[in-house]
Design a protein around this ligand. Structure first.
Ligand SMILES: Cc1cc2nc3c(=O)[nH]c(=O)nc-3n(C[C@H](O)[C@H](O)[C@H](O)COP(=O)(O)OP(=O)(O)OC[C@H]3O[C@@H](n4cnc5c(N)ncnc54)[C@H](O)[C@@H]3O)c2cc1C
Length: 397
């Protein structure tokens, strides 16, 4: 019988294995895929945005927002950065505290593999787990997998969420939780592009490939203050809107809420129009300076006939400025799990001890990483949660 059996060799499972192995526990990791760390390899455009130096509880979405505090405080971005430096992996900050590998995500996977080897962790790939049962007599778990049956005192579920089914995402964690009578917060796609229909979709298609700065605000019942806003770029796609600002907003979006887009995130649109009031430039030509030419033409189409800026009244300029700062858009939906970076929702954290990730009702059963109802912002926060929750669990098992 092994001390610790971890299902899933992603970021969370591998970190948990390293922490438990270093403490002298016998550890086996079972992974259904052919290789470990599949999501790490494709993350950050192949350069893995492995953490964010600003990561803290406020950067996470959960129906129990305090839960992530303990694990995040005990394994910080600095701890992971120290590991990366110890392995001589070159990295850089891209923007907003986001740390990326200089070369390749493979560096991170190799680092985790070496750490597992040194900690005596045994990893089996092509070992999909089919079923789990608990032997109540001596309270251990029996795990049936495609590479045989295993018995363990501590079982860690690190099988992630539903995003990117083509990479092998499964609902395994939710099934196990339900099997043991634990609550699961309904899952949905997060950090995912929005889709549109009708005229908005036509506009997105016409402008596909164009990006602009914005601040996007979305009203949501998911946070206490009832609204969130993200200042970043957005991108028109042939299906709708993407780019960091929209991906961030998507995690909080609840249909049929509108998006409120401020196209003047770092200034005052009315003051800018006033500064240019003496100009004979047409409105779309002036706006092209801020929004690019094609975007300005499409955005002003509804304001036709367009006139030189000096021909608009103060009231009309007020209205144009209001629309620039509060452009409302109604998404039809999102692209769903096929392109989502994360899954929002998952194992209800009220079912878990925040220090150990152990199920309150089922001693010896733990859940970590994206399977749990803790979802990070875009920018390295999701890996930091995987490292922190994995580490907290590995220290406890
Ligand atoms: C395209 C993309 C890019 C991303 N880029 C970033 C980024 O740059 N920075 C960032 O912070 N986050 C990023 N993320 C999010 C991040 O990858 C995840 O939050 C993180 O990988 C979750 O780790 P995890 O270990 O919980 O789950 P996963 O990495 O999903 O690992 C779960 C593992 O469990 C295995 N498994 C599932 N079911 C079974 C079973 N029944 N038996 C055995 N094994 C099983 C799966 O094959 C998988 O290997 C990105 C996500 C995507 C999709």
């Amino acid at each position: 019988m092994t001390d610790v059996l971890i299902i899933g060799a992603g970021a969370a499972g591998l970190m948990c294995a390293i922490a438990a192995g270093r403490r002298g526990r016998s550890v086996v990791v079972l992974e259904r895929g052919e290789r470990i760390g599949a999501k790490i390899l494709i993350s950050g455009g192949g350069r893995c945005n492995f953490t964010n130096i600003h990561a803290g509880p406020d950067n996470y979405l959960s129906s129990n927002p305090e839960f992530c505090r303990s694990a995040l405080a005990r394994y910080r971005p600095d701890n992971f950065i120290a590991l990366v430096e110890q392995h001589g992996i070159p990295y850089h900050e891209k923007k907003l505290g986001q740390l990326f590998c200089d070369h390749s995500s493979r560096d991170i996977v190799e680092m985790l593999r070496k750490e597992c080897d040194e900690a005596g962790v045994k990893i089996e790939t092509r070992a999909e787990v089919i079923a789990v049962r608990r032997e109540s007599g001596d309270a251990h778990f029996v795990v049936e997998s495609k590479s045989g049956t295993f018995e363990t005192k501590r079982l860690v579920i690190a099988t992630g969420g539903l995003s990117l089914p083509k990479l092998g995402a499964t609902n395994f964690a939710y099934r196990i939780a339900k099997q043991f009578g634990m609550a699961v917060i309904p899952a949905r796609a997060g950090l995912v592009p929005f889709t549109f229909s009708g005229k908005s979709l036509e506009m997105c298609r016409t402008l596909s490939g164009i990006s602009a700065a914005c601040s996007v605000q979305v009203e949501t019942s998911l946070v206490k203050k009832k609204a969130v806003a993200f200042s970043e770029h957005f991108l028109f796609t042939h299906r709708g809107l993407s780019g960091p600002a929209m991906l961030q907003a998507s995690s909080y979006w609840q249909p049929p809420t509108e998006l409120r887009v401020n196209l003047f995130p770092t200034g005052d649109a009315r003051a800018w129009l006033e500064e240019n009031r003496g100009s004979r430039m047409r409105l779309d030509t002036l706006l092209a300076r801020r929004l690019t030419e094609r975007f300005a033409v499409a955005w002003t189409a509804e304001l036709a006939p367009l006139r030189p800026i000096c021909d608009y009244s103060s009231e009309q300029l007020d209205a144009i400025a209001g629309r620039l700062e509060n452009w409302t858009l109604q998404p039809a939906g999102t692209e769903g799990y096929a392109t989502a970076e994360v899954t929002v929702g998952g194992i209800d954290t009220r079912e878990l001890h925040s220090k150990t990730m152990e199920a309150r009702k089922i001693p010896g059963l733990h859940f970590i990483g994206e399977a749990v109802d803790v979802t990070g912002w875009l920018g390295g926060y999701n890996f930091q949660w995987a490292w922190a929750s994995g580490h907290a669990c590995g220290e406890a098992v």
